[in-house]
Design a protein around this ligand. Structure first.
Ligand SMILES: Cc1cc2nc3c(=O)[nH]c(=O)nc-3n(C[C@H](O)[C@H](O)[C@H](O)COP(=O)(O)OP(=O)(O)OC[C@H]3O[C@@H](n4cnc5c(N)ncnc54)[C@H](O)[C@@H]3O)c2cc1C
Length: 450
């Protein structure tokens, strides 16, 4: 019998494993895919060209991520953030510098008021108990989209707030409760941090890609990670937990589940999980995002004083575009996020059509130099059986007040990790690491006292 089994070799499962390994507690990791990383996936296209198809950025406040980079000697670098950004409202593409685009004065005042209101409201939320806020019921009754409808008085203000928040949540805003949005904002420090490059969550990237970090973390215990092992059934009998898949059956004393909520709902539990746990799992949905990359010989837009950042209304498939070139600028790479409804429409087209659509947009933004890319690639984890969406699980209206923290609570000897179990940096890699470490710490304490 194993002491501990961990399901999932994403950042959360591997952070839990790392801690158990350091504490000399025997464990085993079961992973459905044939690779590490889960929602982090660095695709190597050649010796010197890689693309981060999943999570890629780290920023201030993500202390564990910076500590891990230091521990494993990984270099990180700043996201390019100089020159003009673009705001694309169809016929008109406007240049602007900094965070706030040039708008009419009424829209600018409106935008300032809405962002400040969201910041103020988020500040008052408790990360441990969001449902205990005096206005929790009021905030949990409406969606983020309804909040925007009521508070954004001009079309320009509404468009900008919507595309910024869609980029933050990777979702249609009517699918998220306002209370969840406020919790999420506070969980990632504040709204300014979440939407910004400068001093924000998009500040740094790891040289070589994000997956290189998890590979280094897992190297000391790689032999304990069993790939292509999909867990299907979990049975708790007295103090023994049976973990079953198609062609394996293992037993353990403690189990850490570090997989996305929609995939927990596919597991069969005996006895069944508590009613609250089952119902919250059924309610949490995942966002939907595609990352689309156009690779050039060099980041030519920088020479023309463009940052590579562009933000667009629904005339474009891309809510936002960022410069994702490598540190050594051996290539110039622009990455567009296509999110929710825009992603669903975009991915009905063939890859050739998608490439031409993105190329057309980039020519419109940066001129004819954009017409000759080296290659185009895109990827969406919505179509991946072992992610089922991204970036993370989202709480709809009524979920926080109805079910509180039922998702992250342990049930018997089963503990929950994964970014969705973290009150801090929920949805981010930092949250995944913290939740994994926290579950492993609970196991360590129980082991020490046994
Ligand atoms: C496109 C995209 C962009 C993102 N950008 C950023 C970013 O820039 N910065 C940031 O901080 N975060 C970002 N995120 C979010 C971040 O990647 C995730 O929050 C984080 O990676 C989640 O880690 P996790 O370990 O909780 O879950 P996962 O990474 O999902 O790991 C779960 C693992 O469990 C495995 N699994 C699932 N079911 C089973 C089963 N039944 N049996 C066995 N194994 C199973 C899966 O294969 C997977 O490997 C992004 C995510 C995506 C998808």
């Amino acid at each position: 019998m194993q002491e501990v089994i961990i399901i999932g070799a994403g950042f959360s499962g591997i952070s839990a494993s790392k801690k158990l390994n350091q504490a000399n507690i025997p464990f085993l990791v079961l992973e459905a895919r044939d690779r590490l990383g889960g929602r982090v996936y660095t695709k190597k296209l050649s010796e010197d060209l890689y693309l981060d198809f999943g999570g890629q950025w780290i920023g201030p406040g993500q202390d564990r991520m910076y500590e891990l980079c230091r521990e494993f000697g990984l270099e990180y670098y700043e996201t390019y953030d100089q020159g003009n950004n673009l705001l694309d409202f169809g016929k008109k593409v406007r240049k602007f510098k900094g965070l706030i685009p040039k708008l009419d004065i009424v829209s600018l005042i409106n935008l300032d008021l809405v962002l400040k209101k969201l910041e103020r409201m988020a500040k008052s939320i408790s990360l441990e108990e969001p449902w205990n806020h005096p206005k929790a019921m009021e905030y949990d009754r409406i969606s983020l989209a309804e909040f925007i409808s009521v508070n954004c008085k001009t079309i320009s203000c509404k468009k900008i707030v919507s595309l910024a928040l869609e980029t933050v949540f990777a979702s249609e805003l009517n699918e998220i409760s306002l209370l969840h949005a406020l919790f999420y904002i506070k969980s990632g420090r504040d709204l300014n941090t979440l939407i910004n490059i400068k001093d924000g969550a998009q500040l740094h990237r790891i040289v070589g890609g994000m997956q290189s970090l998890i590979e280094k973390m897992a190297a000391p215990f790689h032999d304990k990670i069993h790939f292509n092992r999909t867990v299907k059934k979990i049975l708790q009998e007295n103090e023994v937990i049976k973990v079953k898949g198609e062609d394996f059956e293992l037993t353990c004393k403690k189990l850490i589940i570090a997989i996305p909520p929609p995939l927990v709902s596919k597991l069969e539990f005996e006895p069944m999980l508590s009613g609250k746990k089952r119902q919250i799992i059924d309610r949490i949905s995942m966002g939907q995002v595609g990352k689309c990359f156009m690779v050039y010989k060099k980041p030519f837009w920088r020479e023309n004083d463009f940052s590579g950042q562009a933000f667009a209304d629904a005339n474009s498939p891309f809510q936002s575009i960022f410069d994702c070139s490598p540190k050594d600028t051996k290539y110039g790479i622009l990455m567009g996020f296509t999110i929710a409804k825009r992603a669903r429409e975009y991915f009905t087209k063939s890859k050739e059509e998608r490439k031409n659509i993105m190329k057309g947009k980039l020519i419109q933004y940066y001129g004819n130099e954009a017409a000759e890319p080296l290659l185009y690639e895109d990827f969406t984890m919505t179509d991946e059986a072992w992610s089922r969406g991204c970036y993370a699980g989202l709480y709809p209206t009524g979920a926080w007040t109805g079910f509180q923290n039922a998702y992250s609570k342990a049930e018997g000897n089963i503990l929950w990790a994964g970014t969705e179990a973290s009150p801090i940096w929920f949805g981010y890699i930092e949250g995944a690491v913290r939740a994994g470490e926290s579950a492993a710490e609970s196991v360590r304490l129980a082991y020490k006292n046994s």
